[in-house]
Design a protein around this ligand. Structure first.
Ligand code: PGA
Length: 247
């Protein structure tokens, strides 16, 4: 049985006082029917990690460097994230792929670096509106997933989380219907099952894209949707907790 995982991706939002208040409210409101993780901006990881001590809410990073250490200005090593207490690292978010030109290969290397450092990668995949309208959804998400499987092997997927995030639904308020999302999640699981049934059964596949307290219940009731990667709605403690409550 896969547990439900609700991950908050705060992106580049907040301020130190705001972050402290948000974490305090999330910790106070935590419910037990889902697991939670929060991914604050990197500069706040250490602070938030300390505040999460003693709670069951996990800490995650929004990205991780594909190199161990050295002259990579602006990047953050997996070992550093580990020191901050990160259990998860998002890799391949569509904003990274689109705005910072991260290729499937680079994302696969970031994935590997997290995994090899004992951090669970949350691999984001998803199609643009144009790709969906052209009927290319399956092809796109398969290609993005294959880049990781081809380089890391199917067994690596068992130690990761996959987040299906249709790009057209991210930050737009335009959520995929539960049925639309379930079709993609089911196909992804079947694709994995063709390689390894146990991995397919185990791996959590999250949905992301305008998930909020009012649509989460229906999305999370789909058999192959195991949680959510939440952007906007994770910035308000009550909304974020309510998503976990709707399981
Ligand atoms: P959103 O973002 O919930 O604001 O659509 C989701 C994400 O980017 O992970």
């Amino acid at each position: 049985m896969r547990t439900t995982l609700i991950v908050g991706n705060w992106k580049m939002n907040g301020s130190l006082p705001g972050v402290i208040e948000l974490v305090e409210s999330i910790v106070a409101g935590e419910v037990k029917n889902a697991r939670f993780a929060i991914c604050p901006p990197a500069v706040y990881l250490m602070k938030v990690g300390g505040m999460l001590d003693g709670s069951e809410i996990a800490l995650g990073a929004q990205n991780v460097c594909d190199r161990e250490s050295g002259a990579y200005t602006g990047e953050i090593a997996a070992s550093m994230l580990k020191e901050c207490g990160c259990r998860y690292a998002i890799v391949g978010h569509s904003e990274r792929r689109a705005l910072y030109h991260e290729s499937d290969e680079l994302v696969a290397r970031r994935f590997a670096m997290a995994l090899n450092s004992g951090i669970t990668p949350i691999l984001c995949i998803g199609e643009t509106l144009e790709e969906r309208e052209n009927g290319d959804t399956e092809e796109v998400v398969s290609r993005q997933l294959d880049a990781v499987i081809d380089s890391q092997g199917i067994a690596a997927i068992a130690h990761s989380v996959i987040a299906y995030e249709p790009v057209w639904a991210i930050g737009t308020g335009k959520v995929a219907t539960p049925e639309e999302a379930q079709v993609v999640h089911k196909n992804l699981r079947e694709k994995l099952a063709a390689l390894d049934t146990r991995v397919a059964e185990q791996v959590q596949i999250l949905y992301g894209g305008s998930m909020n307290a009012s649509n989460a219940g229906e999305l999370l009731s789909q058999p192959d949707i195991d949680g959510g990667l939440i952007g906007g709605a994770s910035l308000k403690a009550a909304d974020f907790i309510a998503i976990g409550q709707s399981v």
